[in-house]
Design a protein around this ligand. Structure first.
Ligand code: NAD
Length: 479
């Protein structure tokens, strides 16, 4: 059993003051494999106080100094990437290959993105060439609480820590209690990279404890949160008394519009994207909307592809999908699959229960429902499991109407060879991101949502900007 009860506060690993033990469970085996401590108010206060003390020095440091720390962090992170991948694989169930490639790779990718953006970030610039006395200063928001989920642990941690550090914020990271071990290795990387003490602090805890203490804390200037819309609402309410800035990255229910002229790989790509990370991605293309003339063919193909998706333990090499993160999530996915059946959707692949041969571990069957209508529960709720819903549309206008008829607005997807139609749809779909024909967004492209998917943007220049305040100055003297 791994024992890691300490927190990282003020540049040192520190025993909890008010901690309670929490077992971390391997979702592939259902066995506990580590014990951490969930902190209490005294631990939160100590971390916030350290961040507050470190703030003046860090926010007013030459940006080059902050960039140099981030460069060292990237070096150390790359060296420790395999340790981080192993930890993620065991704590949240990403199969080793996925953990080593996309999951831990995302961390290095984002840190590099911030380094690239930081080098020409306009920390100070004239308002206009003809107004040299007007200066715009982008300075750190202040002490930032960073609250992250378990589904892409390092992706989320680096998106927040990298941006906050470049902007000049000091911070308290509270990783998910489901995935604390990878975050603690990340804290070791921060330590080795030589950030000044107090700039980065880590306190483990749960939502009702450390999470709530941070969002209501008078000395925290900003909460940057990634997680469920449910917790996002609670955080916003709790933060209201201190009017701190609340930066939210929440859930999604992405539509993937498949037109009759979609490329031949579009359906397979859509199904596999949905199943990746066992469907536990906020930007999963979970509603496949299909043009009527190709509907039957697409349903057959989607079912065939889903049936070929292998499921197995995270500790095995290979391109299979792993378990769901925990029992609660497994039960929620089972309930929603049953609800899909009860509400009249047509099950064409998978279904309730565990895949054959896997009697232990939170494994679910890759599932596809056809003939779904947008009023069904499985079309409205974020399932966060390997469950694809397929719906039919008659024309472009109806496709847009169905896609936008959701409280979420994170990522939508479009598959068509018609460029003019793609551009029209990119304008009409109400989401923070629209990805078309399987083309990845490039480095530096902002990640974030609209509506109940949140209000923040992460990654590159836009991500740094979200951790800054804009200060307008007049009477600036020429230097
Ligand atoms: N938009 C994005 O960028 C993005 C990315 C990844 C995941 N997500 C979303 O995250 C969710 C899955 O993650 P999860 O189950 O860990 O979410 P969650 O909301 O249960 O927990 C996320 C984090 O918030 C903490 N938390 C929970 N309640 C809190 C409260 N009341 N106050 C303060 N902190 C609280 C948790 O301890 C954890 O650290 C999904 O809805 C998914 O769509 C969004």
């Amino acid at each position: 059993m791994i024992e890691r009860r300490q927190f990282y506060i003020d540049g040192a690993w520190t025993d909890p003051v008010a901690g309670t033990d929490h077992k971390v469970i391997d979702p592939s085996t259902e066995e506990p494999f580590a014990v951490i401590s969930l902190g209490g108010a005294a631990d939160t206060d100590a971390a916030v106080a350290a961040a507050k003390r470190a703030l003046p020095g860090w926010m007013h440091a030459d940006p080059a100094e902050r960039i140099a720390c981030l460069e060292r962090l990237l070096e150390v992170y790359k060296r420790r990437a395999d340790d981080i991948a192993e930890a993620m694989s065991q704590e949240m169930g990403a199969p080793r290959d996925l953990a080593r490639s996309s999951q831990s790779g995302a961390g290095a990718f984002h840190l590099q993105e911030f380094l690239d953006a930081a080098r020409d970030f306009p920390f100070e610039a004239p308002l206009r060439d003809d107004a040299p006395g007007d200066r715009i200063i982008r300075e750190a928001v202040g002490v930032a609480a960073l609250i992250t989920p378990w589904n892409w642990p390092m992706n989320q941690v680096t998106l927040k820590v990298g941006a906050a550090a470049v902007a000049g914020c000091t911070m308290i990271l509270k990783p998910s209690e489901e995935s604390p071990l990878s975050a603690m290795i990340f804290a070791e990387c921060m330590d080795e990279a030589g950030f000044p003490k107090g700039v980065f602090n880590l306190v483990n805890g749960d939502g009702p404890g450390v999470g709530t203490q941070l969002s209501g804390h008078p000395d925290v200037d900003m909460v940057s949160f990634t997680g469920s819309s449910r917790a996002g609402r609670l955080i916003s309410k709790n933060a209201a008394d201190t009017l701190k800035r609340v930066h939210l990255e929440l859930g999604g229910k992405g539509a993937n519009l498949i037109f009759a002229d979609a490329d031949e790989k579009a359906v397979k790509r859509g199904v596999l994207h949905m199943m990746q990370n066992t469907g536990q991605s906020c930007n999963a293309p979970s509603r496949m909307l299909v043009e009527s003339s190709v509907y039957d063919r697409v349903v057959d193909e989607a079912a065939r592809v889903a049936e070929q998706v292998k499921v197995g333990p995270a500790s095995e090499d290979g391109r299979h999908i792993g378990p769901l993160v925990n029992e609660t999530q497994w039960q929620k996915v089972q309930d929603l699959i049953q609800k899909g059946i009860d509400e009249g959707a047509r099950l064409v692949a998978g279904g309730p229960g565990r895949p054959e041969g896997l009697n232990r571990g939170f494994f679910a069957r890759p599932t596809v429902f056809a003939d779904v209508t947008n009023d069904m529960t499985i079309a409205r709720e974020e399932i966060f499991g390997p469950v694809l819903t397929i719906m039919r549309f008659e024309d472009e206008a109806q496709a847009v109407e169905i896609a936008n008829d959701t409280v979420y607005g994170l990522t939508n997807y479009v598959q068509t060879q018609d460029g003019a139609r793609r551009n029209r749809l990119a304008r009409q779909l109400r989401s923070g991101m629209v990805e078309m024909n399987g083309q990845d967004r490039s480095a530096g492209s902002p990640f974030g949502g609209m509506k109940q998917s949140g209000n923040g943007r992460e990654g590159g220049h836009f991500g740094i900007e979200d951790f800054t305040e804009i200060k307008a100055v007049s009477g600036w003297a020429a230097e």
